[in-house]
Design a protein around this ligand. Structure first.
Ligand code: ADP
Length: 796
């Protein structure tokens, strides 16, 4: 709870940090974009301002030239008249290099050289002015002075209104240096510089002198130089476009803002190092960096805390798992140890009950020993089950079974129990259930009986419904087809509160009213859930207090077509011996209780039983006696069972001897290992007589001799008692008693059945054979067997 809340807080904190950071990042991006745009506009306006200045300067010069061209002195085209006037004007204005008057044929006079013998008819600015258009030329090398100049030219109009075409051209020439001075005054921070291009893309002004034209070498056009970036800018400038662009010039990123002139056919550009503009973004970037850093730190810290906690959790989980496993192993081993002496107790009780000479009063006491032993065995088995599951040592043993009859068997038990409580039991099997299935019958039965048993136990009125459905047929893997089967047990009982629901699957947890709790141990659901989990699923439950509960689960079960073969027939009756030559059996066990049980069971049937108390002695006796079959324990001093089996299998003459391994070891691995070592079969302790006899029959190919007097149709287990044998016909008790016994059997209440057996016997000795049989069956903990027996007797 605590850790999941922590996780939630951390998740919210981390999530919020992340969301805030992401939005901060986008805001930063937007703010940066806006600011940058602002700065770019500002830089551009700076160029625009400079260009405006140049423009204004040119405009004033143009007006001055036009004013002079309109004076009568200039209009007279008389150089001798105009010269002194123009010379004084050059000096006065102090911006022009000289003034010049050109006659329409291209010959001219100027204030620098006076009359010139050269001709400028070919000059572009002259032709434009003669065509009536004032204009400012691109820089050119003056023919009269040999220096780079710009001409501000205007037509000279005659004052006669009839003459509509210019009578000459007047221009004032300005040194390019003068333009350069104006252009160079443009600045935008350190290392920024301006340049101007003429209409051909040639530099009029440029700090790089190689790009400027000289008398010897005219300026190269920027449209043609190898620098692609400058080319692109030059193209825009020549096209008289304006803008600001970031580009690489001389190896660094720079902004270039460019604006065309109106007065002349030129364009001016200002080159600004990137940081001059973007330095103001640094503050913004710094803030962004700090926020970013904080975010990363925050997330890293949260991450670290989470990782640390996970590691701690893992550590404690491993520790808890180890402790839990140790506990389960301890319980499993302890139950194992408890089963060995119990084996002796139950075995001896069985032998005594089989003995004909036991007086009745003693029989009563032996019965008590046997009953208590059996009860103890159930408890041990329950604990063992749970601890085996928890120690992960329980394995499922699927076997082929006829599914409908398996379910029917369960239903019959429950129907009787329900009837007894006066509630309805409804069984709803789907019509498409598979016939043969491969499943661990014992465990599935345990699961379903627990759920059905609880449902009936906790329902006082209404009904319990048991539904089995096929949810889907799973695609066959290889040859077996699988079904996903849904089992649900629904009752109208007392229900479980939500808080109780959290606990019911815990071992020894019983919730609700005390009166119901007495009937159980609180282990059932814990085992049931674990078993269902082992089958690859989980138990679901929903419940409403006072309304009832539904428990359900779905498991995948494989179809089995060969189920018939696997089904085993019940034994025919009581064995008193076997045909053919006598057989020798070597019983190897370090515990006298275990050896005695077997010897006493087998000797009366005609077997020669030899005992050995450890593997070494067993091997010696085996070599000396060459027995037909060896029954051996696994854990023994001197030489253990595994060793003994190995030696037996490698000793000539006796290597083919049949070996039954009998051990109280509950671990599947031991059983497996013993069979691998060479054992023929495994019997767990306490050994059940009928199981042992069945194994002997198989391995020694025996034909049993059955007690003749036993009625043929009474197909009761072979281990029925010989007490009050032959002539005793069974006298069943009254129908009421039989019903009560059925009720107890259906509840699995073997203890009370044993009590009833005693009561019957006490009431009348004629019931003794019935009571004895009942006891024997009760000791096998098989409700079906008892119920069949009771139903048979009810018919009689
Ligand atoms: P018990 O041996 O006590 O039945 P379980 O482990 O089988 O132990 O069940 C644990 C507890 O869960 C029961 O004691 C009971 O309080 C509750 N419980 C189980 N099944 C039902 C049900 N069908 N209706 C009401 N309560 C139930």
């Amino acid at each position: 709870m605590h850790s999941s809340r922590n996780l939630l807080i951390r998740f919210i904190l981390g999530g919020t940090t992340l969301i805030v950071s992401i939005s901060a990042y986008f805001s930063y991006q937007a703010a940066r974009k806006i600011t940058l745009e602002d700065l770019r506009v500002k830089a551009f306006l700076e160029v625009q301002r400079g260009v405006d200045e140049i423009e204004e300067w040119l405009h004033v010069r143009k007006v001055e030239v036009q004013t002079l061209a309109h004076t009568s002195t200039v209009r007279s085209l008389e150089w001798s008249v105009a010269e002194p006037y123009l010379k004084s004007e050059v000096e006065r204005i102090d911006e022009f290099f000289f003034f010049q008057i050109v006659t329409p044929d291209g010959s001219y006079f100027n204030t620098k050289v006076g009359r010139s013998n050269k001709n400028i008819k070919d000059r572009d600015y002259f032709q434009k002015a003669l065509a009536g258009k004032s204009n400012i030329s691109d820089p050119f090398i003056s023919r009269s002075t040999g220096i780079p100049l710009i001409a501000i030219a205007t037509p000279i109009w005659s004052d006669s209104p009839t003459n509509r075409s210019p009578i000459g051209v007047f221009h004032g020439n300005v040194k390019v240096d003068r333009i350069a001075k104006v252009v160079n005054s443009l600045h935008y921070g350190k290392n920024s510089y301006a340049f101007a291009l003429n209409s051909q893309g040639e530099a009029i002004v440029h700090p790089n002198s190689t790009l400027m034209s000289t008398v010897e070498k005219p300026a190269p056009s920027l449209l043609k130089i190898p620098d692609r970036n400058l080319n692109a800018i030059a193209r825009q400038m020549v096209k008289k476009q304006q803008g600001i662009q970031l580009m690489e010039i001389d190896g660094t990123k720079k902004y270039v803002a460019y604006v065309p002139l109106q007065e002349a056919n030129w364009s001016v550009a200002l080159v600004i190092p990137r940081q001059n503009i973007e330095s103001r973004l640094q503050f913004l970037d710094l803030i962004a960096l700090i926020v970013g850093g904080l975010t990363v730190t925050m997330i890293a810290v949260l991450w670290q805390v989470q990782a640390f906690e996970q590691a701690q959790l893992k550590k404690s989980k491993v520790a808890a798992d180890t402790a839990n496993r140790a506990k389960s192993e301890f319980l499993a081993n302890m139950s194992h140890e408890l089963r060995t002496p119990l084996n002796g107790i139950l075995g001896c009780a069985q032998i005594l009950l089989r003995s004909k000479g036991l007086p009745e009063s003693e029989q009563y006491h032996v019965n008590i020993i046997e009953r208590c032993g059996s009860h103890l065995l159930t408890l041990i088995n329950d604990i063992l089950d749970l601890s085996k599951i928890e120690a992960r040592k329980l394995e499922l043993h699927p076997q082929d079974v006829h599914f409908p009859s398996f379910l029917q068997g369960l239903v019959e038990i429950c129907q009787i129990r329900a009837e007894q409580k006066g509630i309805l039991f409804v069984y709803e099997p789907a019509s498409n259930l598979p016939t043969g299935v491969n499943v661990d019958v014992k465990r599935l039965r345990q699961i379903l009986l627990n759920l059905l048993g609880n449902a009936i136990k906790f329902t006082d009125e209404g009904k319990v419904s048991f539904k089995v459905e096929v949810i889907e047929r799973l695609p066959a893997d290889g040859q077996t087809e699988k079904y996903r089967i849904h089992f649900s047990v629904k009752d109208t009982g007392i229900g479980i509160t939500p808080t109780q629901l959290d606990n019911i699957f815990l071992p020894f947890e019983q919730v609700g009213e005390k009166k119901h709790q007495i009937e159980g141990t609180g282990l059932g659901l814990a085992i049931t859930r674990q078993l269902v989990q082992m089958m690859g699923s989980d138990i679901q439950v929903k419940s409403e207090i006072g309304q009832g509960s539904t428990f359900w689960f779905e498991i995948a079960i494989a179809q089995a077509s060969e189920w018939v073969k696997s089904a085993m027939a019940a034994s025919k009756g009581q064995i008193i011996g076997f045909t053919g030559s006598p057989r020798t059996i070597l019983m190897v066990d370090d515990r006298w209780e275990n050896r005695t049980v077997i010897t006493n069971l087998l000797q009366p049937l005609g077997f020669k039983v030899v005992e050995a108390s450890n593997g070494k002695e067993g091997l010696e006796k085996a070599i000396a006696l060459k027995p037909d079959l060896v029954i051996t324990d696994l854990l023994m001093p001197e030489m253990d069972g595994f060793e003994l089996i190995k030696h037996l299998r490698h000793t000539p003459d006796i290597q083919d001897v049949k070996i039954i391994v009998s051990s109280a070891s509950v671990f599947e691995a031991d059983q497996h290992r013993s069979l691998q070592a060479g054992g023929d079969t495994f019997l767990s302790k306490p050994i059940q007589a009928d199981e042992l006899l069945h194994q002997l029959e198989c391995h020694l190919v025996l034909t049993w001799i059955y007690q003749q007097s036993q009625p043929e149709e009474q197909k009761i287990n072979s281990s029925t008692t010989t007490l009050d044998s032959s002539s005793d016909k069974l006298t069943p008790p009254s129908l009421d008693v039989l019903r009560e016994l059925m009720n107890l059997a259906s509840k699995g209440n073997f203890n009370d059945i044993l009590k009833w057996a005693d009561k019957l016997e006490e009431a009348d000795t004629k019931f003794t054979p019935f009571a004895n049989q009942l006891r024997q069956l009760a000791r096998q903990f098989d409700e079906d067997l008892i119920l069949n027996f009771l139903i048979e007797n009810e018919k009689d």
